[in-house]
Design a protein. Structure first.
Length: 463
């Protein structure tokens, strides 16, 4: 009999999403909501759970599984007619005041996406959520209902959500709320550091986390199943590239995506360097041509692009050059799988120059999940700071150290030049403070430049 994983996914997805969805439901000026994110991060399950727990009923429509649904939107975009036809299609009565309507993989029907505008204007009482994995790469601007929808961005599970999902609720709460004025209890720090190394193998995709939870009593067995799952997921993402971008573009996109870990692994000093597009797609010249597959990968939420700036000021975006940036994988577990790094290497935390860029990728992933959509890196002539954040009109530098040595000449150079009010050094060590520098463990990267009572971190909301 096939195992049902519903209880696990409900545990860790509800904490990440439900609070935001409840706020949306009770909003006085509620607009249709679009949940965005890469495939397999849990969007569909989250919306169905929300529909089950917060509404009398939910009604689910998937435009990818049944392309006939799109015909309902061809005649016109009148909400009353569309809702009536959907009732016949689903063979269900839809209460526009009490029920939730879910449009999944909505990017497959641009007309359905455009209809959200009219649902907002003519049927605001209906709670309507949509989800899409490739919204950023398959839609044209003229089909987008600008100003008539809200967005919720969903990412792989953060480290705290991973802890929650695998039954370490007390440690998860500690990561979320511990007062940085004092160190973590030493036993807790040791447990968190060990589990963080496990997270580097597992990553934050729900299916991989599910396998870890079920088999964590036998770690060897768990990582074998997890690596197979990750390879299957990688194949699924590659299939998306072929299906949705055309044969020629798919080859370029795949080459570029596979080249991300290759360039990261080539770095000898342990820190990720400037991504070289020409190496990613040999034989193609010119940034405009090279940027097309990169834009696709970003639109599909499969990479994190971090601009490299040579000078720093507010706003940091004013110092960006479009062809100078770092690239990271959207999930650190997949990074290890595609790089071919043996799980034991992570668990022993003995992988040489790999440590630096893997830890850096983890930090980029955590910061993005915590709501820092705009990340930057600074490079001087002889110094580099991995990440810069903007906080209340100030620049906050983050230095990433993969081990226990926390001395940072680069951070000192940056501080002398730009005088930040505070700085963070992330490493294997417990919490400490010296002057403006806050020394924090890598596993709390998502809380840097935030207070101790940060909200659940897998999502960012906006219009």
């Amino acid at each position: 009999m096939q195992k049902i994983h519903r209880p696990l996914i409900y545990i860790f997805m509800k904490r990440a999403v439900t609070e935001y969805l409840q706020d949306w439901k009770s909003s006085a000026n509620r607009k249709p909501l679009i949940l965005r994110g890469a495939r397999q991060v849990g969007k569909t399950y989250s919306l169905k759970e929300f529909g089950s727990s917060a509404f009398s009923r939910y009604h689910y429509v998937n435009f990818e599984k049944d392309e006939k649904i799109g015909r309902i939107f061809e005649q016109d975009l009148k909400p009353d007619r569309i809702l009536n036809e959907l009732q016949f299609y689903l063979d269900q009565s839809i209460d526009r005041r009490l029920d939730l309507l879910i449009f999944d993989e909505i990017q497959r029907s641009p007309r359905a996406l455009t209809s959200l505008k009219y649902f907002f204007e003519e049927m605001p009482e209906l709670a309507l959520c949509a989800a899409g994995s490739l919204l950023g790469v398959t839609l044209h601007l003229d089909s987008f209902p600008v100003g008539k929808v809200q967005f919720l961005d969903m990412y792989p599970l953060s480290f705290a959500e991973f802890l929650e999902g695998v039954g370490k609720e007390r440690l998860a709460e500690l990561v979320r709320t511990h007062d940085f004025a004092k160190p973590f209890p030493e036993m807790a720090h040791e447990q968190l550091w060990a589990l963080w190394k496990h997270y580097l193998v597992v990553g934050g995709l729900p299916e991989a986390v599910n396998h870890y939870r079920e088999r964590q009593g036998n770690l060897y067995e768990a990582v074998q199943v997890i690596r197979k799952t990750q390879r299957d997921l990688l194949d699924a993402y590659l299939a998306d590239m072929a299906k949705h971008s055309g044969k020629a573009n798919a080859l370029h996109i795949e080459k570029l995506w596979r080249n991300v870990p290759m360039q990261l692994a080539r770095v000898q000093d342990g820190s990720a360097g400037k991504f070289k597009l020409r190496e990613g797609i040999p034989g193609i010249r010119g940034y405009e041509r090279l940027s097309v597959p990169l834009d696709w990968l970003e639109g599909a939420n499969l990479v994190i692009r971090v601009p490299i700036i040579e000078a720093a000021g507010i706003p940091l975006s004013g110092f960006v050059k479009e062809n100078r940036f770092k690239l990271y994988f959207f999930d650190v577990g997949l990074l290890g799988a595609v790089s071919g790094i043996a799980p034991a290497t992570f668990l022993n935390y003995d992988f040489g120059s790999y440590q630096g860029y893997v830890a850096e990728n983890f930090v980029a992933q955590e910061l993005r999940a915590a709501g820092h959509k705009a990340l930057y890196s600074w490079q001087g002539r002889t110094a580099e700071v991995e990440f810069l954040l903007e906080k209340e009109g100030k620049i906050v530098p983050l230095e990433v150290k993969s081990g226990w040595v926390t001395q940072s000449k680069s951070l000192k150079v940056f501080a002398e030049r730009y005088h930040p009010p505070e700085a963070y050094v992330l490493s294997a060590n417990n919490i400490s403070h010296r002057h403006i520098n806050h020394y924090l463990p890598l596993y709390v990267a998502g809380r840097t430049a935030h207070g101790p009572e940060q909200k659940s971190s897998t999502i960012g909301i906006g219009e």
